[in-house]
Design a protein around this ligand. Sequence first.
Ligand SMILES: C[S@@+](CC[C@H](N)C(=O)[O-])C[C@H]1O[C@@H](n2cnc3c(N)ncnc32)[C@H](O)[C@@H]1O
Length: 266
Amino acid sequence: MYEIAARYCATRADIVRQIHTALDRLGQPDFLSELQGQLLAAVADEYRADLILDLGTGPGNSAAVFSIARPDAAVHTFDLEEGWPEAQRKLAITPDNVIAHVGDLTATDFTPIVGRSGAVVLFWDAHGFDVAAHVLGHIMPLIADRRHIVICHDMSHVHFLPEIDYGGKPFWRGLSHYGSWPGATAMTVLGWTATNVDQIIPILDFCARNQIEFSSFDADIHLTRSKAEIDALGNQLGILPLPAVHMGYFTMEAAGPRRFPAARHP
Ligand SMILES: C[S@@+](CC[C@H](N)C(=O)[O-])C[C@H]1O[C@@H](n2cnc3c(N)ncnc32)[C@H](O)[C@@H]1O
């Protein structure tokens, strides 16, 4: 990921600036940090994505980022609630390449949306087991044999967990028991991930069965690069010091097995 981010900074300075401005106008950094937004753009650019699946519109940060980074791609954003029109107002844009779907994405047939696309970036920022069932059981079979990457929000590296101790709290037993930040239970620590979102379990299960890695942006950038390299990236992005990313990713591109769970549980 470091090389992808560095290439993006070196070749897309105009997009870096536009994304900075757009996220500033939306004013919701708690939903997506500027670093996360710039890295989403870097990956979409690197993949030459022609289809973006943005799961979880929320206040529209990720949809705006993808729209700017890949103006010729189809950006499909999904939410239970209508968030994109308000984002459009703040961004002062009208015609754009974002198609906003309002409703339960787990009831959506992605077959016509994926269509004949060649390179897909899926950003997974809607939480829970039902969404996981739909992503892993329905969407993944549609995109597994195309160029694709799945980027998962809310996946911290344990190295950046503020407190490795339980802090006197019970162990994690799902997002619904966790409550709101800082949480009624501890986060769960599984492998390198520290998170509170339910989909971590089916994601790790899926990756293990398909013999693929669930990888960490923070391991790629913060834990394997020198301070000089990290500062250089921060300088190019105008984000100093460079904070932790808190995102993970996986792809089936190099995978042998094709093992998918059923989309709907009984
Ligand atoms: C964290 S927010 C997304 C933030 C957004 N990516 C951004 O960058 O601003 C997660 C969103 O997922 C939506 N969501 C959760 N479950 C969903 C479902 N089954 N179908 C559609 N949207 C869902 C929620 O309504 C919520 O707005």
